[in-house]
Design a binder for this molecule. Structure first.
Ligand SMILES: [Zn+2]
Length: 150
């Protein structure tokens, strides 16, 4: 289960839109089990179908998280034109079974989270934790589908 604040969801969407048609990528940090910040990273591939994070920025982001008392819990990237499903490459390149891998699709504005281990992926539920009542419902009306129908 990935528990995430709506402001972070908005930040990820804004980042994905800004980089489109290229893939956007970044890190998510949690505190007390809730994702509270996204860190935009440069897609060094500058590609519409691949991404690789800038190692110096990865290091700086993790250092900044630690200084703030946050922990790295997820890596995210966008699929500008395909569904929010891990590609074969996403599965192959997932290096940490403890991290969540979040994919946002600009095709249908869906966001999904996965655990990836031993070449297999498993979807995990995303829960929006609206601590700050920042208007998730408005986003829902705009068609953001954050959880698949049961
Ligand atoms: Zn991907």
């Amino acid at each position: 289960m990935l528990r995430i604040q709506p402001t972070v969801v908005k930040g990820i969407i804004a980042h994905a839109k800004k980089e489109a048609p290229l893939e956007a990528c970044g890190y998510l940090a949690e505190k007390d089990g809730i994702v509270i910040r996204n860190y935009e990273l440069t897609n060094m591939d500058a590609s519409e179908v691949h991404y690789s994070m800038d190692p110096a920025e990865q290091f700086a982001a993790v250092r900044s998280m630690r200084a703030a008392g946050y922990s790295l819990c997820a890596a995210y990237h966008s699929h500008p034109r395909t569904p929010a499903r891990p590609s074969a490459e996403d599965v192959r390149l997932a290096y940490d079974a403890d991290l969540s891998y979040v994919i946002i699709s600009l095709l249908d504005y869906s966001m999904k989270s996965f655990k990836i281990k031993n070449g297999m992926f498993e979807k995990e539920e995303i829960e929006i934790v609206d601590n700050d009542h920042s208007g998730l419902y408005k986003e829902r009306h705009k068609g953001l589908c954050l959880r698949e129908n049961p």
